[in-house]
Design a protein around this ligand. Structure first.
Ligand code: LMR
Length: 403
């Protein structure tokens, strides 16, 4: 007698769409073309097209290997030396720091920090809605929606001028209901590369304070726009505003430690007592999610930030990465200007950080991939940190052709 196989309970599950950013890397990895170029994902590459292993990281790891330790659990909130170093790095010099009102928890990258913060906020403010810039990092909306929030957008970018649309941004912020969460990019806006200036930040802070909104600052690229201090100014300003502030940060890019998933969630609160209560609740969020974080990345960062010599080396290496990107921005701008003299490419050098929003349309992005084996996001964002002296001409020629 023939027995029929029962239908799978999972038969109705359909394919999820490809991730808009990491899906580009998947397609790039699948391509067998020898001259393929990946301008999609936000990763810093050196002039040889390699993800660098920083000297400061190499030295810290060599030292860790010299003094091996057993791999026991870290505390739920992560390695104390790491959390203290991150807190100092981000908040030293603020009143909130001096008054011990800032807590910092180690998380699995900046994404982990956003998710722990989002889960926590959803638990205590389930009626709040989230506001992100239009456009924003693709994963922001997906992540906050997955945490149960309705996600809205505030205007940020004017495609016609390839510049900020600050009046529209302010007008929308003025309408956001009290208690809602506003996600802001503290520096090196992803994807546009366009940041607010000092006086614009002051206006945003004034509205957020007056309307009693909850700011969530995402800082994934500190040190890639300006110095650490320059890029860290917005976080410090918000920390000293008297508001409750959430900050997600990561060393993926600035330490070139992508696979170690080493980030942090910090919260500026009203008092040390409130900070202790928040910490206890955030620990619950982490414990019911992944229990406690991994150790290696935290040990590296704590060792570097805790040593004057390694810290100075890190700052020097970070400055080199930043300067290489700035140089590539200038050269790409000059090359494109030669190809298309009637067009204005000044946006390339106005933007800061890893990304440039080029204004490329989806069909032009498809042509880049199909005709030139250059892979990038459908939105027209390119990662300038993947441009190097070897591929600059190819990229400039291809961009000019599809433009
Ligand atoms: C990016 O925007 O490309 C990076 O932040 C990497 C990522 O996880 O999306």
């Amino acid at each position: 007698m023939k027995t029929s196989t029962p239908a799978s309970l999972l038969a109705a599950i359909t394919m999820a769409p490809r991730d808009p950013i990491l899906g580009i890397t998947e397609a790039y990895n699948r391509s067998t073309h020898p001259a393929k170029i990946n301008l999609g994902v936000g990763v810093y590459y050196d002039d040889q097209g390699k993800v660098p292993l920083l000297q400061c990281v190499r030295q810290a790891e060599a030292d860790l290997l010299q003094h091996p330790k057993p791999h026991t659990y870290l505390p739920i909130e992560g390695l104390a030396a790491y959390n203290n170093a991150v807190r100092r790095q981000l908040f030293d010099g603020t009143r909130a720091f001096d008054e011990q009102r800032v807590i910092t928890l180690q998380t699995a990258g900046g994404t982990g920090a956003l998710k722990v913060g989002a889960d926590f906020l959803q638990r205590f403010f389930p009626d709040a809605q989230v506001w992100i810039s239009d456009p924003s990092w693709e994963n922001h909306a997906a992540l906050f929606e997955a945490a149960g929030f309705t996600v809205n957008a505030y205007p940020y970018y004017d495609a016609a001028r390839n510049d900020l649309n600050f009046p529209a941004m302010l007008a929308t912020l003025e309408q956001i209901p009290a208690g809602d969460i506003v996600l802001l990019h503290a520096c090196c806006h992803n994807p546009t590369g366009l940041d607010l200036d000092d006086s614009q930040w002051q206006q945003v802070l004034e509205i957020i304070t007056r309307r009693r909104l909850i700011p969530f600052l995402d800082m994934a690229y500190q040190g890639f726009g300006g110095s650490l201090a320059e890029d860290g100014k917005v976080v410090q300003r918000f920390a000293d505003s008297g508001l409750t502030v959430f900050v997600s940060s990561t060393f993926s890019k600035s330490f070139s430690l992508y696979s170690e998933r080493i980030g942090a969630l910090s919260v500026v609160s009203a008092s040390p007592d409130e900070a202790a209560r928040l910490l206890s609740q955030l620990k619950r969020t982490i414990r019911t999610n992944y229990s406690s974080p991994p150790g290696h990345g935290a040990a590296i960062v704590a060792a570097v930030l805790g040593s004057d010599q390694l810290r100075a080396l890190w700052e020097q290496e970070l400055a080199q990465m930043r300067e290489r990107i700035t140089g590539m921005r200038q050269q790409l701008r000059a090359r494109l200007q030669q190809h298309l003299p009637a067009r204005d490419f000044s946006f390339l050098t106005r933007q800061a950080g890893l990304f440039s929003y080029t204004g490329l349309q989806p069909e032009q992005v498809t042509r880049l991939r199909e005709e030139f084996e250059i892979h990038t996001l459908g939105t027209g964002r390119i990662c300038v940190a993947a441009v190097n002296s070897g591929n600059l001409d190819t990229i400039a020629t291809a961009l000019a052709r599809v433009m």
